[in-house]
Design a protein around this ligand. Structure first.
Ligand code: TYM
Length: 328
């Protein structure tokens, strides 16, 4: 039997090249050999403030982007997290088996809470909802970027704890991270990850950015004064980030890339990186525009919803039973 992979992305604004390389591309590479589940984490999006109209538009747009990127609906179950009425209840049962201490130690929570002292309690319990997503779909592997690794590890801890307390219930999932591209950095401030919520748009490439704008963003990426295309994230974060992007999109190794550009100046190197990024993204954009208005998005989401509900409902009922909720 095929092993099961699962991942989710938040529909908060247009996804970035970092999301594509860190999560979607991995899913596409694995979809042939695994039973694959990819969903829209819209309930995670509301841990911070969202405009309802924009949020709903982003959800459909993200589904269309999944398909445009190459997520094959015949090989993947694609669904919207909030279409599943059981996920909130499952998350609650897991919350009551996780601790304030471990949640408040999550790096992402600490960073976000620092930025806005008036954070919601959902921001704190966000990783438990993520554990509910993973555990209630019986996932073996979770392809993610490095920023989500800690959350998948927490899901493992919660699964082990629950199994010990109530008897074997959950598989223990494993995060899957690629060797390169697990953290694409901001082009302007390459010591920070490329993030959807970044204030400086010049450092972030979004999959629906204008192609000319994408080229400009890469050409004006921060570099250094050494003028050698060499991978050294600590001393040369800008160039190393571009090498990472190039490596992820061409599947060439870092050593091959250093050789390829050993006689190049930064302008030539950036221009090659821009060619590759533009090539990948313009392909995605062409397909996206065809897909967005087609009727079959709803068919795909309905069938994904049914499969998602079928699997997680069983967990919901088994969990209630072992915990002692409800009636016999
Ligand atoms: P989100 O929406 O922040 O990010 C989606 C995916 O993109 C990866 N990623 C990156 N990878 C490389 N470089 C970057 N700069 C970069 N920025 C983001 C993230 O690691 C992630 O894999 N909580 C999750 C969504 C989620 C989920 C889940 C994921 C909810 N439930 C269950 C896996 C399994 C999130 O907010 O991802």
């Amino acid at each position: 039997m095929k092993k099961r992979i699962l991942t989710g992305l938040q529909p908060t604004g247009v996804i970035t090249l970092g999301n594509y390389i860190g999560a979607i591309k991995q899913m596409i590479e694995m979809q042939e050999n695994y039973e694959s589940y990819i969903f829209i984490a819209d309930m995670h999006a509301i841990t911070v403030n969202q405009d309802p109209i924009v949020l709903r538009e982003n959800i459909k747009s993200l589904v269309a982007l999944y398909l445009a990127c190459g997520i094959d609906p015949k090989k993947n179950t694609i669904y919207i997290q909030s279409d599943n009425p059981y996920i909130g209840g499952i998350s609650w049962m897991l919350e009551c088996n996780s601790y304030y201490g471990e949640l408040s130690r999550m790096t992402q929570f600490k960073d976000k809470a620092k930025k806005n002292a008036n954070f919601t309690s959902g921001l704190l319990t966000y990783p438990v909802l993520m554990a509910a997503d993973i555990l209630s779909m019986d996932a073996d592997y979770v392809p993610v970027g490095v920023d989500q690794k800690q959350h998948v590890e927490l899901a493992r801890d919660i699964a082990i704890r629950f199994n010990n307390k109530y008897g074997e219930m959950f598989k223990i999932p494993e995060p899957i991270l690629k060797k390169v591209g697990t953290k694409i950095m901001d082009l302007q401030t390459p010591d920070k990850k490329m993030s959807k919520s970044s204030e400086n748009q010049k450092g972030v490439i979004r999959l629906l950015d204008d192609i000319d704008v994408i080229r400009k963003k890469i050409m004006s990426a921060t570099t250094d004064s050494e003028m050698v295309v060499r991978f050294d994230p600590e001393n040369k974060p800008g160039i190393s980030n571009l090498i990472n992007i190039y490596s992820s999109l061409t599947n060439k190794s870092i050593e091959e890339i250093e050789m390829e550009f050993k006689d190049s100046n930064y302008g030539n190197f950036k221009s090659r990186v821009a060619d590759i990024v533009v090539d990948v993204i313009s392909n995605i954009q062409n397909k996206y525009n065809e897909i967005l208005n087609s009727d079959y998005l709803d068919e795909i989401l309905d069938s994904g919803m049914n499969k998602n509900i079928e699997i997680s409902k069983e967990f919901y009922q088994k969990m209630k039973k072992v915990i002692g909720l409800g009636r016999n």
